[in-house]
Design a protein around this ligand. Sequence first.
Ligand SMILES: Nc1ncnc2c1ncn2[C@@H]1O[C@H](COP(=O)(O)OP(=O)(O)OP(=O)(O)O)[C@@H](O)[C@H]1O
Ligand SMILES: [Mg+2]
Length: 266
Amino acid sequence: MNAVAQLNSSRFSVSCRGITKEFSTGDTKTLALRGIDMDIAPGELTLLAGPSGCGKTTLISVIAGLLKPTQGDVTVLGSSLIHMRGGALVRFRAQHIGFVFQQYNLLPALTAAENAAVPLLIAGRPRHAAIAAARRQLEILGLEGRTEFRPNQLSGGQQQRVAIARALIHHPSILVCDEPTAALDAVSGSQVMQLLTHVAIEAERVVIIVTHDHRVFQYGHRIIHLADGRIEKDERNEWDASHLSQGNVAPSSSPNSAGCSIRKVD
Ligand SMILES: Nc1ncnc2c1ncn2[C@@H]1O[C@H](COP(=O)(O)OP(=O)(O)OP(=O)(O)O)[C@@H](O)[C@H]1O
Ligand SMILES: [Mg+2]
């Protein structure tokens, strides 16, 4: 890597270059991503928006190393995921990436605390310490009293918060959330967004959130709009969202009600 490329990549924790992804199902081919170039910096909340089927989940799955792109390269924390093989990729993901799945993907036989503890157990943390840390994280997310419940004993919103706890528990540098507020009421959704904003700003991490939820837009420092597998618009909120990480309730459901203005990123 030359000096200029090194300087550029050090400013960003995630870089995508020429990403395409084609799925084949029988005779049907779907080009879900059609050439994505983007860089995502730590310390701010990046939202990924766009209509159903436009490629949001596919893109974050590529960024998180869960899916190989058909073409292109994705670099996370300076390492190309494309060239990382099996075990190394699994270890890299376990150490650096937290992922909240759209369908939660909790393990049905495990309790909420055990589910949330999984990344720490994989990392070799003793069970009692991992479970204790998981209980604390679940309490932060308002799930005290539910830590010993199994997923089928929890509401959709409670399961979603267990999935968020599991993604946060190992303090990953890169946190990727697919519709993390979809099943939450306004108050819980606002609390989760304040927590994610705090994680991005205070801990200087990359936080990428896929959302359809217009209530969430006010929290984003940057909003990338996808349409039909391409980036259609890349906007930046001009306001400072740090107040949202300090326990203040979100101003209202309107993206501009916090007095923010949106400008296009050049
Ligand atoms: N495993 C797969 N096999 C075949 N096609 C797929 C697969 N995964 C996604 N697709 C197709 O790729 C396109 C993009 O899907 P993706 O899940 O990324 O959309 P999305 O923007 O996340 O939508 P939503 O908002 O509904 O979750 C869709 O047309 C979908 O049918
Ligand atoms: Mg999706």
